[in-house]
Design a protein around this ligand. Structure first.
Ligand code: COA
Length: 208
């Protein structure tokens, strides 16, 4: 790694650490959950179906806006609904979506996996394309449950590795690292925010 990349990486890591102060703590969210009469075990993790598209688009809009609060353009419900509708028209088994649903039937998060077939980063055959939880449902172990389910689905399909294209300043990188992902560096040692799980069996073992 050259000196410039090293300095850039340190600056981005500092921004990520500062951004993490804006994320909810595990304790605060546990208290909120309790106040709503819910608990993490009552959140159902299941595969999304075409009938879920409106609720999926709704949680996608909200979770995205909460994650990228400084974004100039926030995708709206119509856009997300159209994107999910188009996605569900693909029925070749190349993708799947897992949702987290409260006992009241409200969607609180989701993760999407899809096959990854590109000549660059050819070591990876699956992609964690999206993973989002509403702010109030973060740090309660639900992201781990979604990720574990994604890993299981990929392994069932014979896909043994997984990549994620993220942003280097996103505090969610702490989650990916805690869940065993390794940073993927560019040619000069710079980190752009991508992570890889080279052996999903290790993640599945951690999940078990
Ligand atoms: C990323 C995300 C799905 C993680 O889900 P989560 O339910 O909050 O994570 P978990 O509670 O399962 O955390 C598992 C472990 O990851 C680590 N972790 C998760 N979030 C962390 C944070 N903000 N800071 C430090 N460590 C963190 C911890 O080690 C945690 O274990 P612990 O709670 O026992 O300490 C969720 O935070 C989210 O939706 N973030 C916003 C959307 C986003 O950025 N998605 C990724 C786009 S690339």
């Amino acid at each position: 790694m050259n000196l410039v990349s090293s300095i850039k990486n340190s600056t981005l890591a500092a921004k990520r650490a500062i951004g993490n102060f804006r994320r909810p703590s595990a304790k605060a969210n546990a208290l909120k959950l309790q106040a709503r009469g819910e608990n993490p075990a009552s959140i159902i993790i299941r595969e999304a179906l075409p009938g879920d598209i409106p609720a999926l688009a709704t949680v996608h809009v909200k979770a995205w806006a909460e994650t990228y609060e400084n974004a100039r353009h926030l995708p709206d419900f119509q856009l997300r609904e159209r994107q999910w509708r188009q996605q569900f028209e693909v029925t070749d088994g190349s993708w799947f979506c897992i949702i987290a649903e409260s006992p009241k039937g409200e969607f609180v998060g989701f993760a999407k996996g899809r096959a990854y077939k590109h000549s660059d980063l050819a070591d990876f055959s699956g992609e964690l394309n999206k993973i989002y939880l509403l702010r109030d449902y973060q740090r309660l172990g639900l992201g781990s449950k979604l990720l574990c389910e994604v890993a299981r689905r990929f392994l069932d399909k014979g896909i043994g590795s997984m990549i994620l294209f993220g942003e280097s300043t996103n505090p969610s990188g702490y989650f990916h690292e805690a869940m065993g992902a390794a940073k993927i560096y560019g040619d000069h040692g710079e980190f752009h925010g991508s992570y890889g799980w080279r052996d999903l069996r290790k993640l599945a073992a951690k999940c078990a």
